[in-house]
Design a protein around this ligand. Structure first.
Ligand SMILES: [Zn+2]
Length: 322
């Protein structure tokens, strides 16, 4: 008798759970939660489209789709912001644009040199756009092109066919912001002193208050120091004064409470700075720094093990002789 009652209770509980799952699934479908897959484009503000990158390391299983890439549609023209890591990814981006608008793709903005942001650019050659980046981007790309293309082939193999480097035809100097007109909206491009790299550029859309910081801000994923630790901390102080409503990082979700994300990044970089300075003061070695510095940050970031040691090494070399 008790057994029967128990079985009845369990059945009721199971069907209740099943019903709850179905309702949740329907709700997800209705509210679009399930639609926001990383491989798709979403409109994050009127006329601003983003394809969120997958929060993983560059690999064949994610086809290198790891960076946030997207485009902004104005009344008369379109501006692309970053192009992905291969010709194929660039073509996917171009197709997404053509599904939304037939307006000319007038600008392709490259936020910095890293291959997951720049190597899809050739897909836009047919549009004859102005390729624009930091004034130092061109040299940085020329210096690294062989390495970037070899590495791409090594990881993605033959699927990279058609991929080649496109050099910017226009450059933005530090301290001299450039305005791009898309008709009813103006984009402000700003170049920075050496921070994440020596060629970081941001895009600000006044209409929506959207600041596209790209890799000047990492959200959830560990920041990568490929420029200057001290420089980046300086740029963070500057960015902290911005009144942007939302920020698009280079990796990770779009953030409205973005000052908190900026503070997280500052905390990590500060940990590198104080930890390494302490070890340099005691005449410690780079190996000691890699072992000891910033380990308290391990659980706060994706891909910590893959990039933290590299960050310590790069920052040690920078701080060793200060
Ligand atoms: Zn980067």
């Amino acid at each position: 008798m008790i057994k029967h009652r128990l079985r009845g209770e369990l059945n009721r509980w199971h069907s209740l759970r099943l019903r709850t799952l179905v309702v949740m699934l329907l709700l997800c479908l209705d509210t679009g939660i399930l639609k926001a897959q990383p491989s798709e484009f979403m409109e994050i503000a009127p006329g601003i489209y983003l394809r969120p990158g997958i929060q993983q390391n560059f690999a064949s299983h994610n086809r290198g789709h790891i960076a946030n890439i997207g485009f902004i549609v104005g009344k008369q023209a379109v501006a692309v912001i970053d192009t992905g890591s291969s010709y194929q990814e660039g073509l996917t981006l171009r197709r997404a644009i053509r599904e939304i608008t037939a307006l000319p793709i007038q600008y392709v903005i490259l936020t910095h040199m890293h291959p997951d942001h720049t190597l899809g650019a050739a897909a836009f050659d047919q549009d004859a756009p102005v390729y624009i980046g930091h004034a130092q981007l061109k040299d940085a790309l020329i210096r690294r092109q062989t390495h970037y293309l070899d590495r791409l082939k090594e990881v993605l193999g033959s699927t990279t066919e058609g991929t080649r480097l496109v050099l910017p035809s226009a450059g933005v100097e530090v301290g001299r912001a450039v305005r791009l007109e898309l008709g009813d909206r103006i984009l402000e491009l700003q170049a920075y002193p050496t921070a994440h790299t020596n060629n970081d550029l941001s895009v600000y859309d006044r209409n929506s208050g959207t600041l596209w910081l790209s890799d000047l801000l990492f959200v959830e994923r560990i920041p990568v120091v490929d420029g200057s630790l001290l420089g980046w901390l300086g740029v963070i102080d500057y960015l902290d004064q911005s009144e942007a409503k939302r920020v698009v990082p280079g990796h990770g979700p779009v953030v409205t409470e973005w000052k908190a994300s900026l503070a997280d990044q500052r905390r990590y970089l500060d940990a590198l700075l104080s930890g390494i300075r302490g070890i340099v003061r005691q005449n410690g070695t780079i190996e000691q720094a890699i072992e000891q510095v910033g380990q308290e940050e391990k659980d706060n970031w994706l891909l910590f093990d893959e990039y933290h040691g590299r960050n310590v090494t790069a920052s040690f070399v920078e701080l060793e002789w200060e």
